[in-house]
Design a binder for this molecule. Structure first.
Ligand code: ADP
Ligand code: MG
Length: 245
């Protein structure tokens, strides 16, 4: 079980009009693996994550989640999305709801939990991300780092099998980046399967089991962080790392 594949993507293609964004992407993510996806702006990182939880629909190729190929015509994509949590750069909290209401909304509406069950789960998760004292606060009263930790708690409240993070710290003031990375690191150590788009190379180096470098919609290089950062095989990867490190 430990080594089973959680996500298997084969020959994924996605275009927007004439723009071919993802070009025959194949990749597998194992259960409990933490994979960091790096690459220049516009290389297709967000589109790839969005295809993995069906916010964007692929043009061709296959996406298998936990041994089941997802058929975008037949499967209930809301059900699939419950299993693949997502955290966005700009948090996307519901502004008119308190922190607690943000976290209990989907478990009640989508999973059918009672309010009591959802609140118990939310309290546990908000404690885990260090925000138990903010339960009744509205998002506008929170710092960016706190908002992002609420967003993580909200995603976890659906008990996903996989968590996708799309540049979760890119919108934060530098002094708030650490608290979000610490929360993510804790999740990784607890065994969550994670795909993280990030420019935080320190995080990738320390936490990732594998780093994937995407360039122009293709996977150019992948390997353990040590190898990709210190001994990249491809000139493209070297150029990218020289520019960002
Ligand atoms: P990254 O996250 O690596 O910066 P994206 O996946 O956001 O890259 O975008 C890849 C390319 O696809 C970019 O050229 C972007 O402008 C384009 N793109 C992304 N989403 C859309 C969309 N909904 N409609 C049209 N073009 C898009
Ligand atoms: Mg992006």
């Amino acid at each position: 079980m430990e080594n089973k594949q959680m996500i298997e993507v084969q020959n994924l293609n996605k275009s927007f009009g004439d723009l071919h964004v993802l070009k025959d992407i194949s990749l597998s993510i194992k259960n409990k693996e933490v994979v960091c996806l790096i690459g220049a702006s516009g290389s297709g990182k967000s589109t790839l994550l969005r295809c993995l939880n069906f916010l964007e629909l692929k043009d061709s190729g296959s996406i298998v989640i936990d041994s089941k190929e997802i058929d975008i015509k037949k499967d209930d994509l809301n059900k699939v999305r419950q299993r693949v949590g997502m955290v966005f750069q700009h948090f996307h909290l519901f502004p008119h709801m308190t922190v607690l209401e943000n976290v209990i909304e989907a478990p009640i509406q989508v999973s059918g939990l009672s309010k009591e069950e959802a609140e118990e789960r939310a309290h546990d998760l908000l404690k885990k991300v260090g925000l138990e004292d903010k339960v009744n606060v509205y998002p506008e009263k929170l710092s960016g780092g706190q908002k992002q930790r609420v967003a993580i708690a909200r995603a976890l409240a659906m008990k996903p099998d996989v968590m996708l993070f799309d540049e979760p710290t890119s919108a934060l003031d530098p002094e708030l980046v650490g608290e979000v990375l610490r929360t993510m690191k804790q999740l990784a150590y607890e065994g969550m399967t994670m795909v993280v788009v990030t420019h935080e190379m320190g995080f990738a180096q320390e936490v990732a089991d594998r780093v994937i470098y995407l360039h122009d919609g293709k996977i150019v290089e992948e390997g353990d962080p040590e190898q990709v950062f210190n001994n990249p095989k491809h000139e493209r990867t070297k150029e990218f790392l020289d520019a960002v490190l």
